[in-house]
Design a protein around this ligand. Structure first.
Ligand code: CA
Length: 176
């Protein structure tokens, strides 16, 4: 007698999918400036695998109206286990999105005093629309070799908007 035995295995999945936001859970958008772009989320289930395409996203953001908006992400596996996460989008009117403005000292031309020449770069001023006067920092203070060197000044405001400006020094060999 030949025959086959069939075994039936029943899987009962009681673990909800792991739902992970792509991007930050709280976003600030300056009113009427930046469109809200849905960064989405990913979902992984230990039985069903990747369920990212099954994620339901509800909620809208009106970027022309200040306020706090909630986007809800939810996903359900084949065994009715549901996961949900939310993203908060704050549309604000007082977001600092403008980097400071740096005024660098003028470009410098000096005669060489040796292989390297010390140069007084002067000071750069940085002014920010939100934070007022800020410090501008040069990436190099010399001394400089003969030829042209670029000094990059940078300043950053409290909202981490960075501005850089370049000053040039030219060290010229003394002609005798
Ligand atoms: Ca600023």
């Amino acid at each position: 007698m030949y025959g086959y035995n069939f075994f039936s295995i029943t899987i009962t999945d009681t673990t909800p999918p792991q739902l992970t936001l792509t991007g930050l859970p709280i976003i600030e958008i300056d009113v009427d400036t930046i469109p809200y772009e849905e960064a989405g989320a990913t979902a992984y289930d230990i039985v069903a695998g990747d369920l990212s395409s099954k994620i339901q996203i509800t909620g809208t953001v009106d970027t022309s109206t200040p306020g706090s908006y909630t986007i809800v992400y939810s996903v359900t596996d084949d065994y009715a286990n549901t996961s949900q996460v939310i993203r908060t989008v704050n549309v604000v009117t007082d977001l600092d999105i403008t980097p400071p403005v740096i005024t660098t000292p003028g470009d410098i031309v000096e005669e060489a005093t040796g292989i390297l020449t010390a140069v007084n770069l002067g000071g750069a001023s940085a002014n920010d629309d939100f934070d007022g006067e800020l410090v501008a920092i040069p990436d190099s203070i010399g001394p400089f070799p003969i030829g042209q060197s670029s000094i990059v000044w940078s300043a950053v405001d409290a909202a981490v908007n960075v501005f850089v400006a370049t000053q040039t020094t030219s060290i010229v060999a003394i002609t005798t």
